[in-house]
Write a protein that binds this ligand. Structure first.
Ligand code: HAM
Length: 416
C-alpha cells in the first residue's frame, strides 16, 4: 500500500533537521540577548480565537475541525492570537514588559508552491506592555540582527497602519469596510479596492514608498487629516531610532499586512531569490488584541519569521549555518575491549558528540564510516594500549595518530 504525505507538508531528512535546529538556535540565542523567554502554546485552539480578530484572509485558510464532543477547533494558523489568549489566561499578572518568544509549526490551507506550505514553521517574539517608539525600534532590530549576522541579503520595509486607519476613520469608513479595504491593499487587489473607495488621498498614500523623503510627501498629502498625521509622527520617531541603531530600511506606507489586529507600526522583510513568496518576516504593533481577550488595555508588538523561507533564502544565497560535527567515533578493535570502550564513549559524551561502533565492524570499516559521517576523531581502543591505560586517538583529516591516557582523551579531542 502506498501512502504519501499530505499535500503541503514535508519530511525532513537528518541533514535538513540538523540545519533547522542550528538556525533555530541562531534565532533563539539572539532573542535571548534581548531578554526574550521561550513559551509553549497548543498546536490547536478554539477556532473562535482566530475568527475574532485575525481577519478574513487567515480565516479562509484555517484547518477547522470538530472534536468528538462537537467543539469547533482549528490548527493554529499563527501564534500571536494564542499568545494573547495565554496572556489573558495565565500571564496577565507577570511583571512587564513581558518578553516572549516561540518556534513551531503553523497550518494554513493555502495553495502549495515554492516557499508556501500548508504546514510551515514560524519563529517569533511578542513584546507585551510597552508603547513607546523604542519598543517598536527594538523589535525591528531584534528581527534584523540575526539575519545580518547570518550574512543574508534582505530588505526591510517599515510602515504604519495607524496612518491608513487614521485616514479611513476620517473618511467615515466603517470598521467592516475598513478591514476589507486593508485586505485589498495587502493583496494588491487594485480592482476591488477601487470599487470600495475612490478616495484619491488613500490611493496616493498607499503608493508612497522609498527613502525618508516619502515621509515629507505623506505629511503634505495628509495635512488636514490630524489622526493620520499623528500616526505619521509616531512612525517618524521609530524611523529616527532605526537610524540611530544603524538599521537600513525603506519606508512603505502601503504595507497593510494580512492580519486584522495590527494598529500601529508594521514591517516586512523580504529576501531576493525566492520568487513570489519572498517575505521572510512580518510583524507590527497590535494594541487592541490583549484587551479583546483579557479586558486589560495592554499594548503589544511583535513579529514572526517564516522559518522555512529563511532556510530557503540562505540556500539560494549560498549561506551555510555553522555545522556541529561528530567529535569522535569510539572504535573497539576486538570483543575483549568492547565493554571498556563503551565506558569510554559514555564518559566522553559528558563533553563531546560521540558515536560508539554499534555495528561490530572491523577497524578499517569503522574508520571508513567515520570518514563518511565526517567525524573529526576516531578513538581506537586496543588491548595492548588499554593495559597501559591508554587509547589511540586518530585525527581523521590528516590520519595522524597519538597514544593518549584515558583520562586525557577529552582534552585531546579539543586539539587541532
Ligand atoms: P504573517 O505575515 O502572516 O504574520 O506570517 C509571518 C511569516 O510566516 C511570513 O512573513 C512568511 O514568511 C511566513 N509564512 C506565512 N504563511 C506561510 C506559508 N503558507 N508557508 C511558509 N511560510 C509562511 C503572522 O503570522 C504574525 N503572527 C506575525 C506577528 C507576530 N505579528 C506580530 N507578532
Amino acid at each position: 500500500m502506498k501512502i504519501e504525505k499530505p499535500r503541503g507538508t514535508r519530511d525532513f531528512a537528518p541533514e535538513d533537521m540538523e540545519r533547522r535546529i542550528r538556525l533555530e538556535k541562531v534565532f533563539t540565542d539572539s532573542f535571548k540577548r534581548y531578554g526574550y523567554n521561550m513559551i509553549g502554546i497548543p498546536t490547536f485552539e478554539h477556532a473562535e480565537l482566530f475568527e475574532l480578530k485575525s481577519g478574513e484572509e487567515i480565516e479562509g485558510h484555517m484547518y477547522v475541525f470538530e472534536d468528538k464532543k462537537g467543539r469547533k477547533l482549528c490548527l493554529r494558523p499563527e501564534a500571536t492570537a494564542s499568545v494573547a489568549r495565554m496572556f489573558a489566561e495565565t500571564l496577565r499578572s507577570l511583571p512587564r514588559p513581558l518578553k516572549l518568544c516561540y518556534h513551531g509549526p503553523m497550518f494554513r490551507y493555502e495553495e502549495p508552491q515554492k516557499g508556501r506550505y500548508r504546514e510551515f514553521w514560524q519563529t517569533g517574539l511578542e513584546l507585551i506592555g510597552p508603547e513607546i517608539p523604542e519598543s517598536d525600534a527594538e523589535v525591528i532590530k531584534a528581527a534584523y540582527d540575526p539575519l545580518e549576522r547570518l550574512g543574508l541579503k534582505f530588505t526591510l520595509e517599515v510602515g504604519h497602519l495607524g496612518v491608513l486607519r487614521g485616514l479611513l476613520e476620517e473618511l467615515g469608513t466603517e470598521e467592516n469596510a475598513m478591514a476589507k479595504i486593508i485586505a485589498c491593499i495587502d493583496k494588491n487587489d487594485q480592482e476591488t479596492l477601487l470599487k470600495l473607495t475612490d478616495d484619491e488621498t488613500l490611493h496616493k498614500l498607499i503608493k508612497l514608498k522609498g527613502e525618508k523623503d516619502v515621509m515629507e510627501k505623506a505629511g503634505k498629502l495628509l495635512k488636514d487629516r490630524p489622526k493620520a498625521i499623528n500616526a505619521l509622527k509616531k512612525l517618524a520617531e521609530v524611523l529616527s531610532l532605526l537610524d540611530l541603531l544603524k538599521v537600513r530600511y525603506t519606508v512603505n506606507l502601503g504595507i497593510a499586512r494580512g492580519l486584522e489586529y495590527y494598529t500601529g507600526m508594521v514591517f516586512e522583510i523580504r529576501a531576493p531569490g525566492l520568487g513570489a513568496q519572498n517575505q521572510i518576516c512580518g510583524g507590527g504593533r497590535y494594541d487592541g488584541l490583549m484587551e479583546l481577550f483579557s479586558g486589560l488595555s495592554v499594548p503589544a508588538v511583535g513579529f514572526a519569521y517564516g522559518f522555512d523561507r529563511v532556510i530557503e533564502a540562505m540556500e539560494s544565497q549560498g549561506i551555510k549555518t555553522p555545522k556541529t560535527r561528530i567529535d569522535a567515533i569510539v572504535a573497539p578493535v576486538n570483543e575483549e575491549v568492547r565493554r571498556e570502550a563503551l565506558k569510554i564513549a559514555s564518559r566522553l559524551r559528558e563533553e563531546h558528540t560521540v558515536q560508539f561502533d554499534l555495528m561490530n565492524r572491523k577497524l578499517g570499516k569503522i574508520l571508513e564510516y567515520a570518514a563518511q559521517i565526517d567525524a573529526r576523531y576516531a578513538v581506537i581502543v586496543g588491548s595492548k594500549d588499554l593495559k597501559e591505560g591508554c587509547v589511540t586517538v586518530r585525527y581523521m583529516e590528516s590520519g595522524k595518530q597519538e597514544t593518549v591516557k584515558i583520562e586525557d582523551i577529552a582534552a585531546a579531542l579539543k586539539r587541532d
